[in-house]
Design a protein around this ligand. Structure first.
Ligand SMILES: NC(=O)c1ccc[n+]([C@@H]2O[C@H](COP(=O)([O-])OP(=O)(O)OC[C@H]3O[C@@H](n4cnc5c(N)ncnc54)[C@H](O)[C@@H]3O)[C@@H](O)[C@H]2O)c1
Length: 258
């Protein structure tokens, strides 16, 4: 049996970051229904606890861990808490991210780019660096980074976000190759727009304009549903995914050109 084909360890534990709402919550919900014990990580403690309670009510084994992934020591503590309560993670979904301010790249401040990179790139790196060593020791693991079509195409007026997602795609490729013989597979997904809170609060006409602009570039002319994203992530988090690593999986309604 080759490294990628190894079976999962006894209890399946998953860590999902940015899991209080949106795509992260859909992923946590899906992994729980697939039988994972799920540690939900988010910096929004209130929304996180509400999400965890709703999932527990449906019979899932869920631990809510409030953590800001930009804080490396906090990430280590969150992992210790999750491992003690549930066991060592077999899956890590790096989903937490921010969009940052929208505007012309030429006028953007370096501090704003750093703020976006702190969450979207260094936060994901903190989580991978904390979680992956134990996966290597157990000879099995699945890491899924939630990137974006923006990381391939460079969305206008979202320079920091697009560049951060390009960095995450590249980090996936480097780590995937480094881990290839360990039993730990590392992949990313590149969704097009989903109708979530990431776009912030807009009045109805602003929201309609923004949504129309986003959907113009999607041949299937609709938002991806968060459950559709979770479906792809569920496969990437499972032992059924055995010969893909360092790869970017498209889920963009036909938008991606490569
Ligand atoms: N919504 C889209 O159109 C879209 C498209 C492509 C990719 N994505 C990606 O999907 C992922 C989820 O996006 P979403 O739309 O569900 O966003 P969202 O804003 O609805 O949820 C993101 C969650 O991450 C949490 N978070 C943010 N910074 C954090 C930090 N420093 N530490 C811990 N938690 C933090 C937030 O509190 C929030 O609960 C992101 O990586 C995003 O870039 C989204």
């Amino acid at each position: 049996m080759t490294a990628g084909e190894r079976r999962e360890p006894g209890r399946r534990v998953a860590v999902v970051t940015g899991a209080a709402r949106g795509i992260g919550l859909a992923i946590g919900t899906r992994l729980a229904s697939d039988g994972f014990a799920v540690a939900l990580w988010d910096r929004d403690a209130g929304a996180l606890e509400d999400a965890a309670q709703a999932l527990r009510a449906s019979g899932a084994t869920v631990l809510a861990v409030p953590v800001d992934i930009t804080d490396r020591a906090g990430v280590n503590q969150a992992l210790a808490q999750a491992t003690q309560a549930l066991g060592a993670p077999a899956a890590l979904v790096n989903n937490a991210a921010i969009l940052g301010r929208s505007g012309p790249t030429i006028d953007a401040s370096v501090d704003e780019w750093k703020r976006v990179f702190d969450v979207n790139v260094f936060g994901a790196l903190h989580c991978a660096q904390a979680v992956v060593p134990a996966m290597v020791r157990q000879g099995y693991g699945r890491v899924v980074n939630v990137a974006s079509i923006a990381g391939k195409e460079g969305n206008p007026f979202a320079g920091a976000y697009a560049a951060s997602k390009a960095a995450l795609i590249s980090m996936t490729k480097s780590l995937g190759k480094e881990m290839a013989e360990t039993g730990v597979l590392v992949n990313c997904i590149t969704p097009s727009a989903a109708d979530t809170d990431i776009f912030g609060v807009h009045d109805e006409s602003q929201r309609a304009q923004l949504q129309a602009r986003l959907l113009e570039r999607v041949p299937m002319k609709r938002f991806v549903r968060v459950e559709e994203v979770a479906e792809m992530v569920a496969w990437l988090c499972s032992a059924r995914c055995s010969f893909s690593t360092g790869a970017a999986f498209d889920i963009s309604g036909g938008r991606a050109m490569y």
